[in-house]
Design a protein around this ligand. Structure first.
Ligand SMILES: [Zn+2]
Length: 128
């Protein structure tokens, strides 16, 4: 079956610490996080901003986390304060959190993969 894969990448700057981590990661520090989202679908959809079924998912819906924390995103926030208690602020669980929150914003049936990087040489990917 033919399908579309939409890929978008963005960064946000935030502070965090890993709870009970014995070492520097346990102290508050910051990263420029890079997020790469892949959305795959065999059908196209309308969106909140466009009434015609012409897109996998709206870029605006996929890139919500790039927004300032005061506008509902993750930029310039403290991730430990933003993420619910059942998520730790490891790259693994930030990816899972972005996955879970993005899923709520995009059409049903769109397959999503979320990759998060804290440093240029390391990535974590999450998908269901
Ligand atoms: Zn860190």
């Amino acid at each position: 079956m033919s399908k579309w894969k939409l890929v978008t990448e963005f960064t946000f700057d935030s502070a965090h610490y890993i709870r009970d981590y014995d070492g520097p990661c346990g102290r508050m520090h910051g990263h420029t996080y890079t997020v790469r989202l892949e959305a795959t679908s065999s059908t196209l959809h309308a969106s909140e901003h466009c009434p015609h079924p012409v897109m996998v998912a709206d870029f605006k819906s996929l890139r919500w986390a790039k927004k300032d924390v005061t506008k509902g995103g993750l930029d310039h926030g403290i991730l430990n304060d933003i993420l619910p208690d059942n998520y730790e602020t490891t790259a693994e669980m930030i990816a899972q959190y972005i996955y879970d929150e993005t899923k709520k914003r995009i059409p049903e049936g769109v397959q999503l993969k979320v990759a998060v990087s804290e440093t240029p040489n390391s990535w974590v990917e999450y998908e269901e």
